[in-house]
Design a binder for this molecule. Sequence first.
Ligand SMILES: Cc1cc2nc3c(=O)[nH]c(=O)nc-3n(C[C@H](O)[C@H](O)[C@H](O)COP(=O)(O)OP(=O)(O)OC[C@H]3O[C@@H](n4cnc5c(N)ncnc54)[C@H](O)[C@@H]3O)c2cc1C
Length: 336
Amino acid sequence: MSEHHVVDVTIIGAGPVGLAAAYYAGHRDASVRILESLGQLGGQVAAVYPEKHVYDVAGHPKIQGQALVDLCVEQGLQFGADVHLDQEVKDLTRVGQNGEEVLVLTTHQGQSFPTRALIVTAGHGAFEPRKLEVEGIDDWEGRGLHYFVKRKESFRDKACVIVGGGDSALDWTLGLQDTARLPITLVHRRERFRALETSVKEARELEGKGDVRICVPAEVRGVRGDGSIEAVTLENTSTGEEYEVECDALITLLGFHSHLGSIVDWGLELHGKKQILVDPKSMETTIPGVYAAGDVAGYEGKITLISVGFGEAAIAANQAIAKIRGEKVQPKYSTD
Ligand SMILES: Cc1cc2nc3c(=O)[nH]c(=O)nc-3n(C[C@H](O)[C@H](O)[C@H](O)COP(=O)(O)OP(=O)(O)OC[C@H]3O[C@@H](n4cnc5c(N)ncnc54)[C@H](O)[C@@H]3O)c2cc1C
């Protein structure tokens, strides 16, 4: 177990709210550490919808997801937070260390991080994409199989098969029209799509022009390639007919599993099944010194929006700092 030095505030989760908490704690001259299970910053926004536009974050009439996250990163890390990616937090204990009582977080990766206060901004938990039930599917990761469209450019002139029936699958079938090689093949296991009717109508129109090929009801039965993906085998599930579609990229947009994992075993009181109960006046959980903000924090009347999480991050950081310093809770203006 490799052990790190103690910091004032540790933040679990580098989504927009975790980054905002890092800003507020750094602005109050606290030493800050961020632990993030994914290999990138930005939480759901960067992982799920980096190229969609967001319209309801105050001060930004319209901003692309990734651009918003880039600004959150610039603002949140300006005081030099100690960032650890690919670290999924598992356990929380309280120990005495050098004459003070600290919280110690340990990760699945075998590292140990002591802290004076903790802010949990874990969203829906460490999330993982739902995968196709095809034997050996994981072997194609990094070799043509994608669970996200992070950068459109990586699909430039590529033959793409998109699997899914929801908004993401339809959005990217339409959104990659100016980038990927046409037609884009869209595969869904049912005849009817769950996505917005206008998107489905647009995809059907593009099918008429030969720019989209819609395969329904169909399922992926196999993947073939030498080093990287060259083709997928589809089965028409109403006729049982199997056929191959050549492609360079297989993009499966089947949603995510998310799990709070062992956080629910720390003895925190929960709000429903997926949120940690907090007192909204302080954002403190039922464990003293442990705060929560953003999607993971629950209380009556909560709405899970980025701008709400930003406010909660400010409250949590100010409260955490007042507590570890034994001071009265007071915000500090940032203007100079
Ligand atoms: C398609 C879509 C569109 C949306 N559109 C909007 C919109 O227009 N406006 C709006 O306000 N909101 C929107 N939202 C919601 C918004 O994205 C969330 O409210 C916001 O991302 C919450 O931020 P967060 O920082 O609390 O959590 P998240 O963004 O979920 O980040 C949490 C981070 O914590 C990490 N984590 C979790 N568990 C652990 C662990 N044990 N150890 C280490 N790291 C961990 C996760 O990997 C993740 O990176 C949308 C959501 C989706 C899915």
